[in-house]
Design a protein around this ligand. Structure first.
Ligand code: HEC
Length: 260
């Protein structure tokens, strides 16, 4: 039962040419968040999407690729390498038919993965295609480069909200930027849809949060019992909401939050 949340590592690898490396192997760069950022639900949801392959196309989903795979913590994954698409680590061709049939420029043109630190203030965006604002470039990345589904406006707004919170340069004093804690709990995002008994929303968040647990667990040697329990509770919340028993789903939600 539990193993269903584990990503299929071996399968994922099969979708990548041998010699590829999409995980960061060195210490990841710090996630630098502007001091004035309010970590509200929209920001949290944007951050969840940034880490989620579901936002990108089918190819990306199969190899478990998200914005964060390349722009790790809003900066650069200098180890990123896909055989045939990269000429050296940290560079990748995002206009290659590997991503989709429709938008192949026929050229072999890997580019440096750019940092997204300070991205709010560095318009226009892109090299091959230049677009004036962040929402249109982000949509271009999702839909055109990675052949993802058209993002709804709520998702796009949340993602932009997160991107805009990324600070440009590491501050001289550590206390000038908010460093993210080791884990940011996405569970609070479920409060609204559980309360309003919106199963569609619960279902979508459940899939996103479950796959986030999967990514965290994949990096662990042993899975702590507390985390196992959390996943079990999350699963039961989803089951109860699916059965339209929102009173019970609320109880599961309270139990989950009480653990944080
Ligand atoms: C496979 C690696 C990869 C993934 C996944 C990826 N990007 Fe990028 N990104 C790149 C590369 C390479 C460029 C440079 C392309 C260019 O300039 O046209 C880029 C450029 C950008 C830029 C423009 C930066 C600038 O300074 O002009 C933004 C914004 C951006 N990406 C956001 C995102 C978001 C948001 C996601 C997820 C929805 C994402 N990227 C997913 C590799 C990636």
């Amino acid at each position: 039962m539990f193993c269903m949340i584990l990503p299929l590592r071996a399968d994922e690898r099969n979708w990548l040419p041998p010699g590829s490396m999409t995980d960061i192997t060195r210490d990841p760069p710090a996630e630098l968040i502007r001091q004035d950022t309010v970590r509200d639900k929209q920001w949290l949801y944007g951050r969840l999407l940034f880490h989620s392959p579901a936002l990108l196309g089918e190819r990306a989903v199969r190899i478990g690729l998200s914005c964060n795979s390349c722009h790790t913590n809003g900066h650069i994954n200098a180890d990123f390498y896909i055989e045939g698409l990269s000429d050296r680590p940290g560079r990748v061709d995002v206009t290659h038919r590997f991503w989709q049939a429709g938008f192949d420029d026929g050229k072999d043109n890997p580019l440096d993965i750019p940092t997204l630190r300070g991205i709010r203030d560095s318009a226009p965006y892109g090299t091959a295609v230049r677009l004036p604002d962040l929402p249109s470039f982000t949509r271009h990345v999702i839909v055109t480069e990675f052949a993802g589904p058209e993002p709804n406006s709520g998702d796009l707004d949340a993602l932009i909200h997160y991107l805009a919170s990324l600070m440009d340069t590491p501050p001289a004093h550590a206390d000038e930027a908010q460093q993210s804690g080791p884990e940011t709990s996405y569970l609070t995002l479920l409060a609204g849809p559980v309360e309003t008994e919106n199963f569609h929303e619960v279902d979508r968040l459940y899939e996103l949060i479950r796959s986030d647990y999967g990514r965290r667990i994949a990096k662990m040697d042993t899975i702590p019992a507390s985390l196992r329990n959390e996943v079990t509770l999350l699963k039961s919340l989803h089951e109860k909401a699916a059965a339209d028993d929102f009173a019970a789903a609320r109880v599961s939600y309270q139990a989950l939050i009480a653990r944080q």
